[in-house]
Design a protein around this ligand. Sequence first.
Ligand SMILES: Cc1cc2nc3c(=O)[nH]c(=O)nc-3n(C[C@H](O)[C@H](O)[C@H](O)COP(=O)(O)OP(=O)(O)OC[C@H]3O[C@@H](n4cnc5c(N)ncnc54)[C@H](O)[C@@H]3O)c2cc1C
Length: 293
Amino acid sequence: MKFDKFTYTNLHRIQELLGGPECGLDMLPSTEMFEQEVDLAKLDSISQYLKEYHLMTKEEMPEGVVSGVKFLTWNFNCPLFLANFQKHLAAAGVTFERSKIDHISSVFSPSVDAVFNCTGIGAASLGGVSDENVFPTRGQVVVVRAPHIKENRFRWRPNSDTYVIPRPFSDGSIVMGGFFQEGNWSGNTYGYETEDILKRGLELFPEIGKRSELKIIREAAGLRPSRKGGVRIEVERFDQVNGKDRFIVHNYGASGYGYQSGLGMANEATDLYFEATKCFKQKFPRNHRSHRM
Ligand SMILES: Cc1cc2nc3c(=O)[nH]c(=O)nc-3n(C[C@H](O)[C@H](O)[C@H](O)COP(=O)(O)OP(=O)(O)OC[C@H]3O[C@@H](n4cnc5c(N)ncnc54)[C@H](O)[C@@H]3O)c2cc1C
């Protein structure tokens, strides 16, 4: 919750840094509906910071829904946003190297002060980490062309969720989902899951159009990096070189909320690192060479 709040209330700074909503990050209206009772205290707490928050009345809710909220939320066009973010970081002096790491100790070359371990599902098998609490929650999504859809809609039910999320500054793509399959390691996509997603999505949001007229751009499956006990954000002392401690900063386990809470998680991870090293936290530290995996 605290990571969600930090992310929600600070993402505008990233948006500004990257030149505005065209970077692939914008705010759109969202409606979330629940088929089972939700924690009203939790709703009350998020209502304090969500923009244009509104608790739906009985009249506004469709059959089968017991509670619902409307608010403005952040929408990522992930491929566009990540490309722009990388470009920004590269211009600020961050270098990127891509390789598969078998053991976390292998990235501690002599010039490295700290390693931020953001390996997601990889934390389950990475040598030196091998976190047995990490497990996949498989999802499948269908990307559909529907430029007239400018808002998010979610319907949550036990063991299932149906959602429609527009991709800002795309060719009019919306992401339709989904599935939450805990423990399923398959990265395959299945035609019957696509049909199920489309059926549920069109019931939820009939304005998208008719099934027979939909232009499907892509079907994709992914593994949410889940973790028993929740996220792991923790500093571990790795060794000491010339009297100076070197650290691993773990930051993984975001499950299905990495975009929603990632900025808050990263902020916590860097706070812990600067606390451990007693360094002053700069806005954009440039002197520390660190690896993010
Ligand atoms: C279908 C689906 C829908 C989702 N919808 C949403 C949503 O609506 N909102 C939301 O907030 N989140 C959503 N998520 C979750 C979100 O994508 C994740 O929480 C987020 O990507 C986690 O970010 P991360 O950086 O921790 O891990 P990842 O994005 O998984 O990145 C980990 C990186 O580490 C690398 N790595 C791992 N092991 C090694 C190794 N040994 N050597 C080198 N590199 C390694 C991987 O290659 C990867 O690049 C969704 C996920 C899925 C699958």
